[in-house]
Design a protein around this ligand. Sequence first.
Ligand code: ZN
Length: 311
Amino acid sequence: MENRILGLHHITAIAGNAQRNYNFYTKVLGLRLVKKTVNFDDPGTYHFYYGDETGSAGTILTFFPWEGIGQGNTGSGMATNIGYSVPEGSLDFWADRFKQFNVKHESADQRFGEQLLAFQDPDGLKFELIVSPAADNRKGWETKDVTADVATKGFHSITLTVKNATPTAKILTDIFGYKLLKQEGNRYRFITDAIENASVVDIIEAPNLAAGRGAAGTNHHVAFRVKDDNILMEFREKIASKGLGITPKIDRDYFFSLYFREPGGVLFELATDNPGFTTDEPLNELGTSLKLPKQYENSRKQIEEVLPVLQ
Ligand code: ZN
């Protein structure tokens, strides 16, 4: 079991204004900011990580807020919808909350026998809150307004939209160990039994949809979870042996990573459980101060001057 892909690790998206992003995810959605750092490739930009109390794999949503980047277009060759698992009976609470905070949302719906509520974040990034009949014993982060009986528990699924489902599906089945569970129209649902939650990937086949353009309100990449860096490197071999280009192992401070573009155009990452978010600050202080990777610590003053101040 331990040498398998353990569902989703994190999902990374692009935002515009940092303050607006922070307010929406911590206040409206009630997630915990578990790490406030910078984009390691662009240290003048924040990198926010939101999740449950500890930033467990399968709960982590991360953002690069690039002020003034402009609106992206959701389209093929990208992850197009993020599914959060929520408790049974919580959708009315969320619909009311979305009304209260003027969050763009739709009426409750059903798919594959699951109730769901679609909404968008302030940059237009698309989500669904999904009530799964399967048990989800993960405990959501609690805030004053979003208590555990309604709080998101972490990811249910990610939806990928591609022109041709087959090559992307083959990555999931032949390398990642997922199986086709169901099909409804042009939506194919894949699941892994290696983990109980955050185990679903939906592929939408949309041959005539224009390619997406990555900017605010779009997903940047989808990271799948592996236990540690030995297993990470085993997967590197498997992926490279299929003729796909893949990066060397990269140290992201909170996990080790590999990146490759799957044949449908979506940027995939594999990320490890180790070392985790408590590597540079204690659990009760996660996300409260700006953390910089070693290579930028000498430039802390200049970086802090460039980054927007969060209220
Ligand atoms: Zn990532």
